[in-house]
Ligand binder design. Structure first.
Ligand SMILES: Nc1ncnc2c1ncn2[C@@H]1O[C@H](COP(=O)(O)OP(=O)(O)OP(=O)(O)O)[C@@H](O)[C@H]1O
Length: 385
């Protein structure tokens, strides 16, 4: 856990880089610090491992005032990943990764085993990459080694300063996805600096939006996007914040439409009657175990004999409940589907359509703005207004 209490940093030339900052990062939480260049993000981060000393205020890591700690010992307990990675050029990938365990006095064999394990975890096969030198790697691979090295001594706290800033957008997105997967396994307490709001929203459990030397808003990505605390934050997150929200708004059961449901072994006349009574053009088809099989169009059932299974079509477009709306949108586009099925484990819950997706997004914006649950929002339509 990291705690800032009224921390101010004034440089010798009089620049106030950080002004009376108080916030807390909970154990296992990933907080992104985001803001324009020069707003004090890096200064904030470097005060945690004492590369910079605060002018006033107190910083605690795991309850301990870091001013009392030995800076070198402190840094070994805190993983640090920076944009230029800072790998030792004359050391192999494996040696680079085992640097901190080595400094901590681990046995060479144990340190190397740990390093190999971590390289695997960040997606680099140690038998392929372990003996290479940093200049024999791509930029993205170097960043991965940087992350593995920072995790090698299993520090409870990780500081990351624009770690993916120097790679192209495609590699960057890839590294972000991998890092999220990794973090879900290792659950470190992470402070992550970025100037990219998309990255901050994607990675952060909470985001601190910096103005000049101060935090303008400290909240979950959904709230920062849905209810910016100040005009400055609204401006910083951008006019397309509705779109950005798609990635942080989960599908909820209440968002779903309930089309008629038939089963594989139902006779077609029964299915046709079910479709007709709902006035529906298609029905979802489930198997005996109530698992999603696919769908059947009304005209295939109408006037036909036999069983639903003879005319049912497979449905590939489905998502688990809780997946982000953005994934729902992209799945619809990818499968050219007018709806996608939403499942809870194997259980069919309902379908999401473009209209329902749009509604869910509007509801989540109104819910955050009004501080109420999404299901309690009453949407106004253009006709109501
Ligand atoms: N050693 C220093 N002496 C004087 N001023 C400094 C020093 N280091 C940083 N500053 C100033 O402090 C302010 C905050 O700098 P900091 O590096 O923390 O910003 P940042 O938000 O990390 O920016 P960037 O995204 O560009 O890295 C800036 O105005 C910067 O010029």
């Amino acid at each position: 856990m990291i705690r800032f209490e009224h921390v101010t940093k004034r440089y010798a030339d009089g620049t106030t880089a950080v002004d009376d900052l108080s916030f807390e990062v909970a154990e296992g939480e990933l907080v992104t610090l985001v803001g324009p260049s020069g707003c004090g993000k890096t200064t904030t981060m470097k005060m945690v491992n004492r590369l910079i000393e605060p002018t006033s205020g107190r910083i605690a890591v795991d309850g301990e005032d870091i001013a009392e700690a030995d800076p070198v010992a402190l840094r070994r307990r805190i993983g640090y990943v920076i944009q230029q990675v800072g790998l030792f050029p004359h050391k192999t990938v494996l040696e680079n990764t085992s640097t901190v365990p080595h400094l901590l006095g681990w046995q060479r064999k144990k340190g190397r085993e740990r390093a190999a394990e971590l390289l695997d975890l960040v997606g680099l096969d140690p038998s392929v990459y372990g003996d290479r030198y940093p200049d024999q790697l791509s930029g993205g691979q170097r960043q991965r080694v940087g992350v593995a090295r920072a995790l090698a001594a299993d520090p409870p706290v990780l500081l990351m300063d624009e770690p993916f800033g120097a790679v192209d957008p495609v590699v960057r997105e890839h590294l972000q996805t991998e890092f999220l997967r990794l973090q879900s396994q290792v659950r470190k307490t992470v402070l992550f600096v970025t100037h990219d709001i998309e990255e901050a929203v994607r990675l952060g459990d909470r985001i601190a939006v910096y103005g000049s030397g101060r935090i303008e808003q400290f909240d979950t990505p959904a709230t920062v996007l849905g209810a910016p605390a100040t005009p400055y934050v609204a401006d910083f997150v951008g006019a397309d914040r509705g779109l950005k929200r798609l990635s942080v708004t989960p599908i909820e059961p209440g968002d779903l439409e309930q089309p008629p449901v038939v089963h594989l072994d139902d006779p077609l006349p029964k299915a046709a009657a079910r479709l007709a009574s709902d006035g529906a053009r298609w029905a979802v088809v489930l198997d005996d175990a109530e698992r999603l099989h696919g769908w059947i169009p009304a005209d295939a059932a109408d006037g036909a004999e036999g069983l639903v299974r003879d005319h049912a079509r497979r449905m590939e477009a489905w998502l688990p409940v809780g997946a982000p709306l953005k994934q729902a949108f992209s799945t619809m586009l990818q499968h050219d589907a007018g709806w996608i099925a939403v499942l809870d484990e194997d259980r069919f819950l309902g379908v999401l359509t473009p209209a329902r997706l749009h509604e869910a997004l509007r509801r989540s914006i109104d819910a955050d703005a009004g501080g109420i649950a999404r299901g309690d929002v009453r949407l106004q339509t253009v006709a109501d207004a």
